[in-house]
Design a binder for this molecule. Sequence first.
Ligand SMILES: [Zn+2]
Length: 676
Amino acid sequence: MAKKLSKTEARKRIEKLRKEIQHHDYLYYVLNKPEISDAAYDSLKRELIELEEQFPEFITPDSPTQRVGGAPLEKFEKVKHRIPMLTLQDAMDEKELLDWQGRIKKLMTPSEIEKLDYFAELKMDGLATSLIYKNGMLFRAATRGDGFTGEDITQNVRTIKCIPLKLRLEELPKKYKIPKEIEIRGEIYMSKKAFLELNKEQKKKGQGTFANPRNAAAGSARQLNPEVTAVRKLGFSGYQLVTNLGQKTHQESHQLIRLLGIPENPFNRYCRNLGEVIKLHQRISKERDKLPYEIDGIVIDVNNDNLYKKLGIVGRTPRGGIAYKFPGIEATTKVKEIIVQVGRTGKLTPVAILKPIKLGGVTISRATLHNADEIERLGVKIGDTVIIQRAGDVIPEVIRVLPSLRTGKEKRFRMPPKCPFCGTKIIREPGEVDYYCQNKKCFAAIKRYFYHFVSKKAFDIEHLGPKIIDQLLDEGLIKSPADIFLLEKGDLIPLERFAEKSAKNLIVAIQSRKEITLAKFIYALGIRNVGEETSQDVAEYFGSLEGLKNASLEDLQEIADIGPVVAKSINLWFRQKRNLKFLGKLEKSGVKIITQKKTKFQPFKGKTFILTGALETMTRDEAKAKIRLLGGKISELVSRRTDFVIVGKEPGSKYEIAKKLGIKIVKEKEFLEMLK
Ligand SMILES: [Zn+2]
């Protein structure tokens, strides 16, 4: 600012700028009709910031510059709702919707029935929030909580740009009264686009990602540090004007909400009868995937406020409203167990193991519970009957518990104090929703172990590459390698990269590898210092897993080629409870060790072989198996002790070395002769 303004001039200019910016916010967020460019808007805001810096005495709490502020909180204060935030009953299909109308009509007079009409609105999938304005200024924002008591998230809500800090009271027509306090309820939500961007950002920063937009919205609005909320792109959609300003219908409430400067969904509609409601439901249901945000149904309210009130409340649900859900994505089942899975960032995610159930054509046996807060919010216990939902291509989740079906035998779930994988202490930073394993290398080690377990020389599972393993671990589908064998097609189909066919192929590949030789099995266990050859030696010596399990350190050292270090590490492995448990798990999941037939005929006994180059009639692994079957040993390093070097096409350096050392070179043809 070149010229300095006088105090009076500055005050006036600040006031005007504030009003102008608020007006453009309204045009942009509520009417969706901006009149000026973003650049012009920013320029207005810059001028306001500069003036306020020069004249801080004129800063008001509703100034658009006052959205970010306040130090991080220790915890959220509890807020009691003056009027409870109720939940709606659900209608799963047209019949249930018509039944509802039948029920309420019984409570109505003939003239009320004649005038019965509705207001229908999109049910945004987010965090239900109450906003209280005092003298037009945003005074307090609170979450729904249990309906009676929520959490004070005012300082976070102040950062949500589409929620006005000041209501446009001056816009209300004269016939309405303006009480000191006005309460408006609505949903804080996150658009699908903002959700994807946020997850991308989180991944880049090595932080936990959110399972769906609803979780992202809830997690972002419930941050102890408002600066985090400020950068998350949150939306708000108003759906209830709790305070009576003189409105007579629900439709009028929506008009007032809009007039006051609070966004509400433009698809919301007045409906003369249920026929119109059903038509709207059908239309939105078709366009639902194209909407920029997620919705899970249509909320229908009896339009006349007096009648709505007269219909009353049963338990915690009002009779006058109902949520007409979209079909086919929910089902009920039982929670058999709750396990904890560790993610690539060390994030621990509780996962519900379900009694398998068909949902949208696929069998589901797991559902994510997201985090400890979510378990608390849902109130889910082990043994509970729950409603699970699968929306689009996200992983199935538990959305509700049916407590009336409890038997009393349900068990509470508690986060374990230590990481279930590495035993390191787990922590939850203040303000974080998730627990993390403190061992930074925990997940990397788990991943590597899984890669090893399914690799060619171990269980040799086709189609199960590192990318798929990462995905399965991320989604909480596998926690132990034993879980691989329990995977079902329905677990995979909802995942990215999987379709009906690829899911089937992987399951078939897994099932075909349940039988395994003892040597490969030992190798798969990933015991320190135990490679392919040692596994082979050990397997031959003991012949069975039982034999190996019971082997003493001395027994192990008796095996030729096994030194004290290797013997010790094998012995140690089989003495750890965790590992024995793992062996039990593998057996339970159907893994069978096939006893290797030992041929008495062992012409290669005591001979060491080296393979180099590609063979025409068999793979290298097949050749190795044949040599072993006849008593021979395989080595990777050429030395004077090597007896034969089998040479295929394009042999490597081993061939040259062998020639120099004068070791017997065997071509494929000769090798086949030897095998005979
Ligand atoms: Zn860990």
